[in-house]
Design a protein around this ligand. Structure first.
Ligand code: GH3
Ligand code: MG
Ligand code: MG
Length: 341
């Protein structure tokens, strides 16, 4: 009763915990009935005299229940593979190896049945199984710890680089990625364009409709950017309601066309926000540097002057830095403030 019924029921409960723990790792709940399922099936099977009296049948019942839960656990790790954790793969392989080991065990007792309980402990297969299980437990625990650590590190990395409201790169990430992109453009002798976008009268939107609607507008703008830009273009939230885009290719004409597409798409997308006639718009400044003279800070400064022009001319429009001498002449104070930020 103690070493066969209770011990195996506890063992199966352990496998259920392994399965439920894996689900908890990916924020899935497990009904309590699932924990009790395998032990209850086992205890019920032991009420059948033919099974209770036959060591081979008992091995098959316990192994098949263990096998099911290990396979389900492997499936849980597999289905969450979108979360890029390297330790996930050795865990899946380890679990599948365990499934294989249990299948071999079932096959062995089916093909060469043991004559008695005593035979079980004498069998080399049993010794190998025991050794394999201990090894599995240690390796599994080690890999789980490593996966947890990996997830924590990944989350910290993401938090440091992604703006939590919009999901876009934050200022630091944008500048970092832009520097790499600029080095590439310089080596290829290609022109470089920067778009600086600032939502119009955003303070008034917050005042009139509340901060939550303001946040919603920022999300709509980020979604608009994602829709409009190409896969290799960079986009980031520099702060507040100010965003920057660095197209992956092309000069002024491409940049102006992209800016105009973003402006138009945003005006349409933000006309109505959750039933409120918000009619948010954006102004965009565009600056292009010629081949061989790429400098992100300088370009952002020029794009900022062009942006100021767009605001001056009535907002909800695009302006290019080369638009005229006036662009260079306006409010150096504002430019200096931005350069500092
Ligand atoms: P302009 O057309 O000249 O750009 O005017 P503006 O009102 O958009 O510019 P201003 O810089 O005066 O206001 C920016 C506002 O953006 C002020 C600030 O409260 C708001 N803001 C900054 N970050 C957030 C945010 O994360 N959520 C919300 N809802 N508002 C924000
Ligand atoms: Mg602003
Ligand atoms: Mg603004």
């Amino acid at each position: 009763m103690l070493s066969i019924e209770i011990a195996n029921a506890l063992n199966l409960l352990g496998y259920s915990f392994m399965f439920a723990g894996t689900r908890a790792f990916s924020r899935r709940e497990t009904p309590v009935t699932v924990f009790l399922l395998a032990p209850l099936i086992w205890l019920t099977a032991m009420r059948v005299p033919a099974i209770a009296a036959d060591i081979n049948l008992r091995v098959v019942v316990v192994s098949s229940l263990q096998c099911t839960f290990v396979a389900l656990t492997a499936h849980e790790f597999w289905r969450e593979r979108a979360e890029p954790l390297l330790s996930r793969w050795p865990i899946v392989i380890l679990l599948l190896a365990h499934v294989l080991m249990l299948c071999v065990r079932m096959s062995v007792v089916t093909l060469t049945p043991l004559a008695s309980q005593r035979d079980l402990f004498r069998s080399p297969v049993f010794a190998l199984m025991a050794f394999g299980t201990v090894l599995f437990t240690i390796a599994f625990a080690f890999l789980l710890l490593s996966m947890t650590k990996e997830r924590t590190e990944m989350r910290h990395r993401i938090d440091a680089l992604i703006d939590s409201l919009t999901g876009l790169a934050n200022r630091r990430a944008f500048i970092g990625e832009a520097d790499a992109a600029i080095a590439l453009r310089t080596s290829r002798s290609e022109p470089l364009a920067v778009l600086l976008a600032d939502l119009d009268h955003f303070k008034k939107i917050n005042d009139a409709f509340g901060h939550a609607i303001g946040d919603q507008v920022l999300k709509i703008f980020a979604a608009t950017l994602r829709r409009c830009i190409g896969q290799n273009d960079l986009a980031g939230r520099l702060g507040g309601e100010e965003f920057a885009i660095l197209p992956a290719a092309g000069g002024q004409a491409t940049a102006l066309a992209l800016a105009e597409a973003v402006r138009r798409a945003f005006a349409q997308a933000a006309a109505d926000v959750d039933g409120h006639a918000v009619a948010a718009t954006v102004s965009i400044g565009v600056a292009v540097s010629q081949i061989g003279t790429h400098d992100l800070t300088g370009l952002l400064g020029q794009a900022d002057r062009a942006l100021y022009q767009a605001k001056e001319r009535g907002r909800n429009r695009v302006a290019a830095y080369a638009d005229g001498e006036a662009a260079a002449a306006v409010t150096p104070l504002r430019v200096r403030q931005r350069a500092r930020a």
